[in-house]
Design a protein around this ligand. Structure first.
Ligand code: F6P
Length: 539
């Protein structure tokens, strides 16, 4: 850590007591303009960060930290394709996937913009041909359904975007997702589908992922059994991968195979051909609008001053709660049912990126890193876990999201939705004092139960409407927020070694479950392997 950044961290951490003493009611009383001025805008989104337990002193210390840690220089290095994923020796260039064709960027002598747009043109043209009925199934039937077989980054992003943009007038295909190695997933997702009308996409960056290959084999059996001919595979499968050799070995035609590059991380890949399922669901033009929205946020992140830079502000506010106040969790609460899968997507984006315990040099980190991310669409969450948010002992940093317009207006329902959104942020921030509860005539014994402590912070992110463009910008906003936090914590946000050990052990245990030799684990794991074997023998 440089001297300047160590000093900036010390200055920030010296504000712990000060930060713990800040009261939102006091902050709003002291500055009547706070609701108007603690607001920033970028790429069509408005961030209201007024209801955070941060004052000007805290904000200054956070911005000083961002400067001392060289956030802007690190961002430039990412955009320029420097190998910032140093544990894997790779560049991190998901931003190039949404950059213009003539972007001035070359990697190992290859012009990145041209490569990216060549693949983009190919897979969006294919998607539009399937949507238009020009590409048909083996028996000559038009495709009505698409099943994307992938997991993690090859599932969560496309699944979330398809669900978010579903219901557009342009929808022509029923696009579904199978991820889990649990055979129930494939069976339940495909149970009412006609294989003759179904296109399967095997979506895997590495094309070695156990779950995806198992589901791809299940899908192949399903298609071949129903259509009675191995030759049907050529018509009913497409693949998305960086491992073109493995795709060819699986038997998928090269003209149905869409590649991408090792400089696209799995959880940052929905902008690449991994987004084929999105293009199939909403069409090539809408997919390009999604990219354009992300590009608008990339430009905002690259060019806006730190003080008004949405990803930087979100990252710094997160650091305040994580490292100054010591809170462990962040809730993402989209007040739009179409974004119900956003928390799940952000869990991978944030927790796989920043759930790290050693810094760039392999030394234990000196600050707490990535928070636990969770959440649910509002208003549903209000009737489930909001009790804890309002009156629980654990303090949770909350991001609320909403849109001024509804995709499907119905009576006053959208007004009710927004009323609830604004009400929740107000109730959390200002609560209800014991005196107010008493003044309502509440029985004295119930007063503590009905009191709301308040002083519970939130961000509020609002855009006019949920469109491919606004969604693209929102997702890029969170990508860059995670990046900035990784820079401040000095961790590599772009590897994921923590997923490997479980995979290795599962391979060994799978053999032992079906084998006969003595299992070689701890006594608990051994006992479960033996119990499973005995159960199998009986059944
Ligand atoms: O196991 C974690 C992971 O490597 C994720 O990072 C990735 O998104 C997912 O598996 C799927 O990987 P692939 O696209 O290579 O099948």
């Amino acid at each position: 850590m440089s001297d300047a950044s160590a000093e900036a961290w010390r200055a920030l951490e010296s504000l712990r007591e000060h930060g713990a003493g800040l009261e939102l009611s006091g902050l709003f009383e002291a500055d009547p303009t706070r609701g108007e001025t603690w607001v920033a805008e970028g790429a069509g989104w408005t961030l209201d960060y007024a209801k955070n337990r941060i004052d000007a002193r805290g904000r200054d210390a956070l911005l000083a930290l961002a400067r001392a840690c060289g956030v802007a220089a690190h961002a430039r290095a990412m955009f320029a394709g420097e190998p910032i994923n140093h544990t894997e020796g790779r560049a991190v260039l998901h931003t190039a996937l949404r950059a213009p064709r003539d972007t001035d960027l070359a990697l190992e002598g290859q012009r990145v913009g041209e490569d990216v747009h060549a693949v983009l043109d190919r897979f969006t043209a294919f998607a539009d041909e399937v949507r238009g009925g020009e590409v048909k199934g083996f028996s000559g039937k038009r495709f009505r359904n698409v099943v994307n077989l992938g997991i993690g980054g090859s599932d969560l992003g496309p699944r979330m975007v398809v669900e978010a943009l579903r219901g557009q007038p342009s929808e022509a295909l029923d696009v579904r997702f199978v991820a889990n190695v649990d055979p129930n997933d494939f069976a339940l997702v495909t149970r009412d589908l006609d294989p003759a009308e179904t296109l399967c996409i095997v979506c895997s960056k590495t094309f070695t992922t156990l779950e995806t290959l198992a589901n791809a084999r299940a899908a192949r059996r399903w298609i071949v059994d129903a259509l009675g001919d191995e030759a049907a595979v050529a018509d009913h499968f497409a693949a998305v991968s960086t491992n073109l050799t493995a795709v060819a070995e699986f038997g998928i035609d090269t003209d149905r195979t869409f590649g991408f590059w090792d400089w696209v991380g799995g959880r940052y890949s929905l902008w690449s051909s991994v987004g084929l399922s999105i293009a199939l669901a909403v069409g090539g033009d809408a997919f390009r609008s999604l990219l354009a929205g992300a590009r608008a946020m990339d430009e905002h992140f690259r060019d806006a001053p730190l003080e008004t830079n949405l990803p930087v502000l979100l990252a710094l506010i997160g650091v305040w709660y994580r490292n100054v106040l010591g809170w462990e969790s962040t809730a993402v609460l989209p007040y739009d049912q179409r974004l119900a899968r956003l928390p799940e997507f952000l869990q991978q984006l944030d927790m796989e990126s920043n759930g790290k315990r050693v810094d760039h040099d392999g030394r234990p980190v000196s600050q707490a890193t990535g928070p636990i991310v969770w959440g649910q669409a509002g208003t549903n969450g209000q009737h489930a876990f909001f009790q804890l948010l309002h009156q629980g002992e654990a303090l949770v940093a909350c991001d609320f999201l909403g849109f001024l317009e509804s995709g499907h207006p119905q009576g006053d329902q959208h007004t009710q939705l927004l009323a609830n959104l604004f009400a929740q942020t107000e109730a959390l921030a200002f609560g209800k004092s014991a005196a107010e509860v008493e003044a309502e005539g509440t029985a004295p014994g119930l007063v503590p139960h009905r009191t709301f402590p308040g002083n519970r912070p939130s961000n509020l992110l609002v855009a006019p409407a949920l469109t491919p463009h606004s969604l693209g910008a929102l997702l890029a906003l969170y990508e860059h927020k995670v990046f900035v936090q990784g820079v401040l914590w000095r961790i590599n946000s772009f590897d994921q070694w923590g997923v490997e050990l479980g995979k290795q052990l599962a391979r060994r245990i799978a053999e032992e479950l079906t084998g006969a030799g003595a299992p070689q684990h701890d006594s608990s794991t051994n006992a479960w392997i033996e119990r499973f074997r005995r159960h199998r023998q009986k059944s």
